[in-house]
Design a protein around this ligand. Structure first.
Ligand code: PLP
Length: 488
């Protein structure tokens, strides 16, 4: 598999790199990203052959279509990380909500959000590369709440990798924050940033591109990488569960192989949705991809109008904080795939300088041929959590955003909603929605909801309030570089 640059080549970097190079060094020319140079097609008999495969075997088969420069046994070993999920054979179970509506439960990993699905094997691959090259790696992660815990968990005690995780102070749930700041492994550093997720992600991208910072790291024999979905290594694993859901629908007789389905994704940085888009491009019969947002609805506006407009946009904190994002990084890979590197560079540069770009009518039509978008307000999210709970099923606020755009789905096709987090990470919102008790702390809300709904609190979350806090630093964005140097 070769990866190529979304904004074209600057004459200094190689214009194509291998998958593992893109994973180790994720920033491309002109501040762009790496994307697969070619997307493989699913072979004719692929779905039939994988119909009864367990998840790790399916993942291995999908990734091998890309012919990555990863030895087969290393990939196999990385995929054994799914043994930590609730059910090693079926780490991603499909729950039928109605005859035609299914929930792809992506949150059964160690940190109870879908980030584990990609970050667990990704962490194993990166650790292996670092050991094989006898190099030290510094992995930077900016998080709006779920990437942080999952990144810290996957690299816990890994001798060759240090992790610095940046989270917005006040921008995550208590459980999410505690998952990070109670980590004890000595190779992990967690920094609260006074700012929002975009500030943290922008600071991270700046460091990734900074020659000074790289030189400073080189003196410590350390290389820099990133665990955000700017890293193509994560996206590769995010195609697999869409294919797994399709196969589950075939197995249960809801569809026959080849029949179209709808995929509905609560979106922020667009990594999950891009995984669905790549699966569709590979030939998985996905009719449309629905993009759900919260009140930070830049993606909804973009898909409806072709205009990506940040000029009068202010980030608001919502019930679904992992989607409190204005600059959605993986849209860049979609633009690249549809319109090529020159156009992508023009558009992304306009976004950086004018905080605005607009597609032309032909381009917009291409996007609208695939995607439908809508957003849900916090009140709609709460109402949805309540409605769905009446069917005996508990969803988290991110998953709840999907039900509004679901109204626009083709009713003749089965739909798969991606459930991206377990409710336990956002229990105060559930207490407000289900018990009409706003303002409870996580610690109280968790048990109230568990009692009221007869749901267990997963063991990964149950003892989190008892663990001692290890990481207390809260800094301004411009102090990040110094803080990282101190940690190293
Ligand atoms: C990260 C996250 C999202 C957004 O996913 P993207 O791939 O960034 O679009 C949605 N919900 C939850 C719970 C998340 O953790």
């Amino acid at each position: 598999m070769q990866c190529t640059e979304t904004r074209g080549n600057d004459g200094h970097r190689p214009c194509q790199v291998s998958f593992s190079q893109a994973m180790l060094d994720p920033m491309a020319s002109f501040g762009g990203l790496y994307a697969p140079a070619d997307l493989p097609r699913l072979p004719e008999d692929f779905l039939a052959r994988q119909l009864h495969a367990d998840y790790a075997a399916l993942a291995s088969a999908v990734l091998n279509l890309y012919q990555p420069d990863i030895p087969a046994e290393v990939l196999t070993q990385a995929l054994t990380r799914y043994a930590q999920f609730d059910d090693a054979q079926t780490p991603v179970p499909l729950h039928p909500l109605t005859d035609n509506l299914f929930i792809n439960e992506l949150y059964h990993g160690p940190t109870r959000a879908f980030k584990d699905i990609a970050l667990q094997p990704f962490g194993a691959l990166l650790s292996h590369q670092a050991a094989a090259r006898q190099e030290q790696f510094l992995v930077l992660a900016a998080t709006s709440g779920d990437t942080g815990p999952a990144t810290l968990h996957t690299f816990r005690n890994c001798p060759q990798v240090k992790v610095v995780c940046l989270y917005p102070v006040g921008g995550t749930s208590d459980v999410q924050r505690l998952q990070m700041v109670t980590e004890t492994a000595p190779n992990l550093c967690v920094l609260g940033i006074h700012g929002d997720f975009d500030d943290a992600q922008t600071a991270l991208k700046r460091l990734l591109c900074s020659d000074d910072f790289q030189a400073q790291l080189a003196r410590r024999n350390t290389r820099l990488s990133a665990a955000n979905s700017v890293n193509i290594g994560r996206i590769m694993f995010q195609q697999v569960y869409h294919i797994a859901a399709y196969l589950a629908l075939v197995r249960r007789g809801t569809i026959r192989s080849g029949d179209p389905i709808t995929i509905n994704v609560p979106s922020g940085n667009f990594g999950n949705a891009l995984g669905a888009y790549y699966a569709r491009r590979m030939g998985l019969p996905i009719d449309r991809i629905l993009i759900a947002s919260n009140q930070n609805h830049v993606l909804t506006d973009f898909i409806r109008t072709g205009r990506y407009d940040l000029r009068n946009c202010v980030l608001v904190n919502t019930h679904a904080p992992a989607m409190d994002i204005l600059i959605s990084s993986n849209i860049e890979r979609l633009l690249f795939d549809l319109f090529g590197p020159a156009r992508t560079r023009t558009l992304m540069s306009a976004l950086a300088h004018e905080r605005y770009y607009a597609l032309d009518a032909g381009e917009l039509a291409q996007i609208q041929a695939i995607f439908t978008a809508d957003f849900a307000t916090d009140a709609e999210v709460r109402a949805c959590i309540r409605d769905v709970s009446e069917q005996g099923y508990i969803i988290d606020p991110h998953t709840a955003t999907c039900f509004k755009v679901q109204d626009q789905a083709d009713r003749n096709l089965p739909s798969v909603i991606c459930a991206t987090a377990e409710w336990t990470k956002f229990s105060p919102v559930l207490a407000e929605a289900l018990l009409d008790e706003p303002g409870l702390t996580d610690a109280v809300a968790l048990h109230r909801i568990a009692e009221a709904t007869n749901q267990p609190v997963s063991p990964q979350i149950a003892d989190i309030f008892q663990r001692p806090v290890q990481h207390r630093a809260q800094i301004m964005p411009d102090a990040i570089e110094t803080a990282i140097s101190d940690f190293l």
